[in-house]
Design a protein around this ligand. Structure first.
Ligand code: PMP
Length: 409
C-alpha cells in the first residue's frame, strides 16, 4: 500500500477558498436532517439494546429485505439470504478481492477504473489488465481480445471489475445492448463479473437500465451502496453473490469486522421504512442534473481545446486536456489558483492517464462549479502557452495509484 502523493495537496484543497472539483462527496444539505435525527433517536429509544449490540455477520434481516426492494428498481430479483451487508461497498470490494485474488492473479478492469478499487487490487498484489471504455461503456471486442491474448499466454483472468452505470471517473454507462454481450464473453472465459453500482439510481434521464446481475444470477457479484443515494456517513453497502460465494463473504467479513454496525443498519432501515426515499433520490437526481449542466456549460464556454464526457447521471465528467498537458504536473499550479481536481493517472494501474482529469460536480453549487472551471481554464491556458513555446511542461507525469482515501472517493 502506498500513501497518495497528492494527499498533501488535497489537505490544502479542502480550504474554503479552493473550489474542489476533486472529491466524490454527495451533497447532503438536501436531506431532512431533523427527521433523520428524530429517527435515530427513536431507534435508540425503542431498540437500543439491539442497535448498540453486536449483530449478525451477514447483516440485519429486515434491512436485507428492504435492500431487495431498492434493487428491484434495476430489475434484480434476489432472496434476502443472497445479500451480505457490508461497511460501505468499499469493504465488499476488499472482501471479494481477498477471497479470489492471490498475488499475481489477473483482474481485468476498465480503463480508467475507480481509484478505490485499484487501491484494493494493488493491496492484494493483483495484476490489473485494463480494457478500454468508450461512450457506451466497456468495449466487448476489446474485452474478447484481451481475454484471448491472456489465455494464449497461459494466464487466466479471475475477475472482471466494472462500474456499468455513470462510471467513476469516466461518466459513461454500459449500453443495454452491450450488457448481454459482456456477460456472454465473461461466461465463455470463465470470468466472474464484479458489478460495482453505487450510482445506478442517479440517472438524469429515463428509467434505470437493468443491472448485469438481473441478466445473470450465477456469474455476477453485485455491489450496492447507500452512500450516494442517501448518505455515506452510516457506512452501509451490500453485496449480492451466488450462494457458495455469499457464504465465504460472510466468513471473510466476520474475520475482518465481526459484523456490520447495527446502529447504522437500523437507522437506514427506519429511513427506508418511514421516509420517502424514492422522492429523495428523485430530488438528488434533479440537484445533480443542474450541477452537471453547470459543469458542461462552463467547460464549453471556457475550455475550447479540451474534450469531455457528458454524463447522463452520477457525479463525474472525464476531461481530456489539450495536447501536451500533464494533469498531475499541473495540479500544484491549479491548487495555487484555488481549484482542485483528480489527475487521470489515479485511475489506471499502468501509468496512463496524464492527459486526463476527473472533475466532480456533486458537491459544489452551480456558481462554485462555474467559478472552478473558470479558474481551471486560466491554469490550462498558461500551461498551453508553455507547451506552445517549449513543447513540454515541467513535471513528472508517471504512474500513480492513489490509496483509496476519502478525499478521492
Ligand atoms: N465504488 C465506486 C465506483 C465508488 O465511486 C465508491 C465511492 N466513491 C465506492 C465504490 C465506495 O463507496 P462506499 O464504500 O461509500 O459504499
Amino acid at each position: 500500500m502506498r500513501a497518495s502523493e497528492i494527499r498533501a495537496l488535497f489537505a490544502v484543497a479542502s480550504r474554503p477558498e479552493v473550489v474542489s472539483l476533486a472529491g466524490g462527496m454527495p451533497y447532503l444539505d438536501g436531506l431532512p436532517l431533523d427527521v433523520i435525527g428524530e429517527m435515530a433517536q427513536h431507534v435508540i429509544a425503542t431498540r437500543g439494546t439491539t442497535a448498540l449490540q453486536y449483530g449478525s455477520g451477514q447483516g440485519d434481516e429486515t434491512l436485507r429485505e428492504q435492500i431487495l426492494e431498492v434493487m428491484r428498481l434495476e430489475g434484480i430479483e434476489a432472496h434476502p439470504d443472497d445479500v451480505v451487508v457490508t461497511t460501505g461497498s468499499q469493504q465488499a470490494l476488499d472482501l471479494v478481492t481477498r477471497l479470489f485474488i492471490n498475488p499475481g492473479d489477473v483482474v481485468v478492469a476498465e480503463a480508467p477504473s475507480y481509484v478505490g478499487a485499484l487501491g484494493v487490487f494493488r493491496a492484494y498484489q493483483a495484476d490489473v489488465v485494463h480494457v478500454p471504455l468508450d461512450q457506451d461503456g466497456l468495449v466487448p471486442e476489446a474485452l474478447e481480445q484481451t481475454l484471448t491474448a491472456l489465455s494464449r499466454e497461459g494466464r487466466r483472468a479471475k475477475l472482471l471489475y466494472t462500474v456499468p452505470n455513470f462510471h467513476n471517473p469516466a461518466g459513461v454507462s454500459l449500453s443495454a445492448a452491450r450488457r448481454p454481450q459482456i456477460l456472454d464473453i465473461a461466461r465463455r472465459h470463465g470470468l466472474l463479473v464484479l458489478e460495482d453500482n453505487p450510482y445506478g439510481l442517479l440517472g438524469f434521464e429515463g428509467d434505470p437500465v437493468p443491472a448485469l446481475r438481473s441478466l445473470d444470477e450465477d456469474g455476477v457479484i453485485y455491489l450496492g451502496s447507500f452512500s450516494k443515494t442517501f448518505a455515506p456517513g452510516y457506512r452501509v453497502g451490500w453485496a449480492v453473490a451466488p450462494h457458495a460465494i455469499r457464504e465465504k463473504l460472510v466468513l471473510a467479513s466476520e474475520s475482518a469486522i465481526l459484523c456490520p454496525s447495527n446502529a447504522s443498519q437500523l437507522a437506514i432501515s427506519a429511513y427506508l421504512a418511514t421516509c420517502d426515499w424514492r422522492g429523495q433520490i428523485k430530488a438528488f437526481r434533479e440537484l445533480y442534473r443542474e450541477r452537471r449542466d453547470a459543469m458542461v456549460g462552463a467547460l464549453a464556454e471556457h475550455l475550447p481545446r479540451a474534450t469531455w464526457t457528458v454524463p447522463d447521471g452520477g457525479f463525474y465528467t472525464w476531461v481530456r486536456l489539450p495536447e501536451g498537458l500533464d494533469a498531475k504536473a499541473m495540479l500544484p499550479r491549479a491548487v495555487t489558483a484555488r481549484v482542485a481536481y483528480v489527475p487521470g493517472t489515479a485511475f489506471y494501474a499502468d501509468g496512463q492517464g496524464a492527459d486526463h482529469m476527473r472533475l466532480s460536480f456533486c458537491f459544489p453549487t452551480p456558481e462554485r462549479i462555474r467559478e472552478g472551471v473558470r479558474r481551471l481554464a486560466g491554469v490550462i491556458s498558461s500551461e498551453s502557452e508553455l507547451v506552445d513555446l517549449f513543447g513540454v511542461v515541467p513535471g513528472d507525469g508517471g504512474t500513480t495509484i492513489e490509496s483509496p482515501s476519502p478525499d478521492l472517493a
